[in-house]
Write a protein that binds this ligand. Sequence first.
Ligand SMILES: Cc1cc2nc3c(=O)[nH]c(=O)nc-3n(C[C@H](O)[C@H](O)[C@H](O)COP(=O)(O)OP(=O)(O)OC[C@H]3O[C@@H](n4cnc5c(N)ncnc54)[C@H](O)[C@@H]3O)c2cc1C
Length: 618
Amino acid sequence: MTNVIESKAMETKKEYKAPARIAQSGCSFLIQDEKPENIFISEDFNEEQRMIHDMVQDFCKAEIMNVMLNRGREFEITKDKDEVLELMSKAAELGLCGVSIGEEYGGIDLDFNTSCLFAEAVAPGFSFATTIGAQTSIGSLPIVYYGTKKQKEKYLPGIASGELKAAYALTEPRSGSDANSGRTSAKLNEAGTHYHINGQKMWITNGGFADVFIVFARIDDDKNLSAFIVEKNFGGISLGAEEKKLGIKGSSTVQVFFEECPVPVENLLGDRNGGFKIALNILNTGRIKLAAGATGGCKMSVNQAVTYAMQREQFDTPIAQFGAMKHKIAQMAILSFVGDAAVYRTGHNINLKTEQFLHEGKSENQAKLGAIREYAVECSLLKVKCSENLDYAVDECLQIHGGMGYSAEVGIEMGYRDARITRIYEGTNEINRMLSLAELTKRAIKTKEVDLVGAGKKIPSYILKQYLPFKSNSGWKQEERIVKNIKTLFMMLSGKAGQKLKEKMVDEQEIVMNFADILAEAYFCESTLLKVQKLEKNKIYQGKDLEIRKKAMQVYLYESLDICRKSANEAINSWATGSEKKWMKRFTNILLKDYGINAKNMRRDIAEYIYEKGKYTL
Ligand SMILES: Cc1cc2nc3c(=O)[nH]c(=O)nc-3n(C[C@H](O)[C@H](O)[C@H](O)COP(=O)(O)OP(=O)(O)OC[C@H]3O[C@@H](n4cnc5c(N)ncnc54)[C@H](O)[C@@H]3O)c2cc1C
């Protein structure tokens, strides 16, 4: 029988119409101005997509968050394994285990951007978000994207129905960030029927109860890893004890040992030597979904903070009324707003690119993977910024709760602990910062997909124009200029550093991280500005509702200028000398002129607006 979410998803697919246009290609945001009408904003989600979001969120609140709060303790996999498995079954009944699996295999195959909305909605599931995330993302997408028809028919229906629990086994004790250095080996037997896998995997989410593992191992002396679908009951697999973790204690994380584990040759996934590519591509999809989930967590933190701040009184005043508290609540809301703008802009571009690639004759899997690959830089930036936004939000949420925040009873410290993992898995934030620059450089220099060199030639004349003072802030001129200036700053500094340091640049990681931060600010500022412009243009909000969103965007731009100023100066001081250093500093100051807004008052207005609504509604 078709369940509620499934039927909603089908309606969604039928009625979902992407604008008939070609999406801006990956990284082009740096060199092309985008029009507000061309970006997707979360307000564009239709009724059915919103219903999916609300149903998933309600499920997580009712079955997980409220259960933990009533019980006064979080789920712990060592004590509550049966309950966690029961939750998986309930989630599967609602169709949640098959969100990215094709209908022919029993899934509901949400389009990419709706699957990001799903990831946001799971945030109140806390550690369960990791459990279901491993099932629907890293544990099953390798089969969805790279499996043969036979492999899909064999495994996907079970994963979609929740009968099979899935896990992804890449990391090893000696190979984490350097994943392709794994030592787990796969050797073909003499009969040529089975690979025998030997080795050890570590930190495997869902590993304690998984029936199917996507295992990455090296065949003989191959350069790269290969991927295998390994059933627990193949034999030769043993599990370590559940890891004692800082957070997400309700999720299973174990070591998995393989000793002469026999894997039929037909369970090789994709090509021999092609496993590392699979691993990387799957992590790319995971990064934007992690960003969506983190944004959901940010919004939830705002709600928790507001509820508490409005009822807690000190000095005969609700603490919500103190300026220091308004500052924090507004900042948390602004970061949620900004994350939302950047995530769904990117998610929709992935949808559009998929459609474009399909139209060009690519297979469904090639189209989906190609589209995600296209936005690899944006996905890395989203992962970094949104996970760091979440850490800010949970930290300030705890602070607003004072001593109660530190108590295990109200669940605030659990959110604080649970959030921390988002900066570590799906590629650490350091690795993602470096990846974003490496991938951009490849697209600019090797494949020439982004004409940074051409754009760089226009920089001197552009900077000269910036000596002119801002005219009146008619429309959005000043904000548009700020965004363009941040992009220009990035191109100027990274271009100059690249010329000077050349291949030594990869050893100057601190400078690369500075540039990645400026690049991220360019993308997040632009996404937020475009979102507000679209809200205004399409009259989605008017009056005070629009004003508050404008203020959120303006305060973000104001903060971004500071981040960019610090990163730029640090980078320049690291490598430039003499007159070059002098003029680069001068240009940086010109590009990052003081915005001059009253950020304090704007934050107060934003906080008061949220108090009026009683929750995050931006
Ligand atoms: C709770 C949890 C669940 C997980 N789930 C899974 C799972 O389901 N499947 C799976 O395969 N893995 C999983 N992981 C593993 C996770 O992906 C890795 O922990 C992560 O990739 C980092 O690897 P590492 O822990 O070995 O750290 P390391 O790679 O040792 O990194 C340690 C530090 O060094 C930095 N560093 C490393 N290399 C560089 C470099 N070249 N330049 C600069 N800095 C560098 C890192 O950024 C980090 O700060 C999970 C981990 C945890 C904690």
